[in-house]
Design a binder for this molecule. Structure first.
Ligand code: GDP
Ligand code: ZN
Length: 461
């Protein structure tokens, strides 16, 4: 990392586009205070700025002193700031034109427009946060359920970092022992106690590594959610079911990361999982249902789905259309939902075992059986509650890949220790494992990797 004082001063609008009560412009870098003073006129003309204190005043165009907005400004001296550099925040009125014109003044005064994620990247490069904490910021911004936010906050507080750090410390110790043994190869006595090393490797590194890798499935589900597609003939109650679930369990509505901010998707929060529910009939309403299945979009969402809810109407007998539709989707993980339990039942469950066995009986109208349905959806998607940890880390895909690479190298270390392979060869695999763990926290990271990570941020963060 380059030292902070070599850096440019960056500025960006840090609040989302669209009108709000206030909007914030953030400036970070060695020139932050100077740039603020070029455009800010405090109400108390002779004030000298105390760090971390808000000042009331005006923003003016420096050449003409033309008044642009009434604002609050705060100067925060390094290093007690988000980036560990000097930071200024200008709290202006939230209209985008106001914010844009203030930003333009700052850019004209020499500030550089911040790249997406650049503030957080600086926090990382200046050593304030490690890479797992920087990535947690992305997760907080894009979490879709409260549980997702909680896990991200936990990662932000350093849970994953500490876990990886403990493994690295332990490996460094093992490595030191191996180095000693390599330096004295001709000694008759065995300098290192291999059984003890093996035990330490197992308990302090391989075990925790394994459970982290297991929990990354949970991380993926929490971040990306799952797609549940509702399939069934017209009038079985698909839309009613969808609407009832949406009303009961509407999840946080958030922008999809990596896309423009106006792509909003809605999720249902089931046990903390963000679940995207799609009603296949909603895709086109004029054609017949089976025909609709031929439509590429319906087929697409069924193919991509993690679970199909196959809805039938319990108040009537099954028809050949129901059976055909079932055949078209039964290659997917599927849950049969027998709707309209409030009406007299005419469905012959005993002769329709393929479709009805393990089916759940509900009434979308009266909300009967919905709790059991949600429970089933959760269990089918997570693979059963036992595999679902209530707390702990949830590594993301990048972290998971590095964890698995580390695991591969360290299993070779274990093998080598067991098979009596020479210490210098074992040391090579051990170093490899250490490096992969280092990638997770950002100790051994390439510039390309950093670009990929920080490009996921939105502007101003
Ligand atoms: P879709 O075509 O599969 O989306 O079915 P709808 O949700 O539009 O429902 C079709 C009809 O069935 C509507 O008149 C609903 O009010 C009714 N309906 C849906 N669910 C139930 C239920 O659980 N019980 C009863 N009695 N009627 C229902
Ligand atoms: Zn419908």
């Amino acid at each position: 990392p380059q030292p902070a004082n070599d850096r440019t001063t960056i500025a960006a609008i840090s609040t989302p586009p669209g009108a709000g009560g206030i909007g914030i412009i953030r400036i970070s870098g060695p020139q932050a205070l100077t740039m603020m003073q070029q455009v800010f006129r405090p109400a108390d003309r002779h004030c000298s700025y105390t760090s971390h204190r808000l000042y009331y005043g005006k923003i003016v165009e420096p050449s003409s002193e033309r008044f642009l907005d009434e604002v609050l400004a705060v100067y925060m001296a390094a290093p007690r700031t988000y980036t560990r550099e000097d930071v200024v925040e200008i709290h202006a009125h939230g209209g985008h034109l106001v914010l844009q014109s203030i930003l333009e003044l700052l850019l004209a005064g020499g500030a550089h427009l911040a790249q997406p994620g650049e503030f957080t990247k600086r926090a990382f490069l200046n050593g304030r946060i490690d890479l797992t904490r920087a990535e947690a910021v992305i997760d907080i911004l894009s979490a879709r359920t409260r549980k997702g936010v909680d896990l991200a906050l936990e990662q932000m507080s350093g849970t994953l970092y500490r876990c990886v750090d403990a493994m690295r410390t332990s490996l460094v110790r093992l490595r030191a022992l191996l180095e000693v043994a390599i330096d004295f190869p001709e000694e008759d006595v065995e300098i290192i106690d291999r059984p003890a090393l093996l035990e330490q490797l197992e308990d302090d590194v391989l075990q925790p590594l394994h459970s982290l890798i297991t929990s990354s499935t949970q991380g993926r589900l929490l971040r990306e959610g799952a797609l549940v597609v509702i399939v069934g003939l017209p009038n079985v109650g698909k839309s009613s079911l969808l609407n009832t679930l949406l009303q009961q369990e509407r999840a946080l509505v958030t922008p999809v990361p990596g896309t423009t901010r106006d792509t909003i998707e809605e999720y249902v929060d089931i046990g903390g999982l963000p679940i995207k529910l799609v009603d296949t009939a909603g895709i086109r309403d004029d054609a017949g249902e089976i025909e609709r299945l031929g439509i590429e979009r319906a087929r697409n969402s069924i193919n991509r789905s993690d679970l199909v809810l196959f809805v039938i109407d319990g108040s009537r007998e099954l028809t050949v259309e129901d059976r055909n539709l079932f055949q078209a989707v039964c290659h997917k993980p599927l849950l049969t939902v027998i709707n309209k339990s409030d009406l007299p039942q005419r469905l012959d469950r005993d002769s329709e075992t393929t479709i009805c066995d393990n089916g759940l009986t509900i009434s979308a109208l009266n909300h009967d059986g919905l709790a059991a349905l949600k429970q089933q959806i959760f269990e089918r998607i997570t693979g059963g509650r036992e595999q679902w940890q209530e707390e702990g880390c949830a590594p993301n895909l990048r972290q998971d890949i590095a964890l698995q690479q580390a695991q591969r190298s360290l299993l070779l270390v274990r093998q080598g220790l067991e098979d009596g392979v020479s210490n210098d060869l074992i040391a090579i695999d051990l170093l490899d494992g250490l490096n992969h763990l280092g990638e997770i926290v950002g100790e051994t990271t390439t510039e390309d990797m950093l670009d990929v990570i920080f490009n996921q941020f939105c502007l101003g963060k």
